[in-house]
Design a protein around this ligand. Structure first.
Ligand code: S3P
Length: 187
């Protein structure tokens, strides 16, 4: 049988779906902006899991936390990730997860089941906090500096389950996207 050559800009090779790329890390890590830049570089579609949750719930993450609490949010997050993982079996994408998603064991199991490529975008907690405070987005779990640092420390072991770690301090979005692509050997 003649092999079908790889098509540029698509996410399938010879009928096999390439592994999707999951960007993980704490709030302010740049998962969404780097994810968009990376998807442009690769010509792959981009998905932000938090956007999916908001679309499905018909309200913002902030409203979900306020009205239903974090436990309900985590259930919605897990359901949205489960549905997304099903789609990723057909077509690979660049995925940005919310800051808490990857450290939930049930979510990690879903991602590991996909054999996806996982990249932890990291920066010192104070840098992450500075970025969060600069952005207009309201983050329910960004309450005060000491709680923010404690949560970051508590989650670090979970983020280290990612296959790769890229330091983002003092780097612009395009440079980080390029570094992610190079580290995965796809650029
Ligand atoms: C969360 C991070 C947020 C969002 C939600 C919970 C977390 O996403 O999913 O507010 O638990 O760290 P970002 O990391 O994009 O801010």
């Amino acid at each position: 049988m003649t092999p079908i050559p790889e098509r540029q800009g698509t996410s399938t090779v010879r009928g096999d779906v390439k592994p999707s790329i999951f960007l993980v890390g704490f709030m302010g890590a740049g998962k969404t902006s780097v994810g968009k830049a990376l998807s442009r570089r690769l010509g792959w579609a981009f998905v932000d899991l938090d956007d999916r949750i908001e679309e499905q719930a018909g309200r913002s993450i902030e409203e979900i936390f306020r009205a239903l609490g974090e436990t309900a949010f985590r259930e919605m997050e897990h359901a949205a990730l489960r549905d997304l993982c099903r789609e990723l079996r057909q077509s690979a994408r660049v995925v940005a997860l919310g800051g808490g998603a990857f450290v939930q064991p049930a979510n990690l199991a879903l991602i590991e089941g996909l054999a996806a490529r996982t990249v932890f975008l990291d920066a010192p907690a104070d840098e992450l906090l500075r970025r969060c405070l600069e952005q207009p987005k309201t983050r329910p779990l960004c309450r005060d500096a000491s709680q923010f640092r404690q949560l970051y420390e508590a989650r670090l072991p979970g983020y280290r389950n990612a296959a790769r770690r890229i330091k983002t301090e003092n780097k612009d979005i395009e440079s980080v996207a390029r570094e992610v692509a190079c580290s995965l050997g796809i650029e």
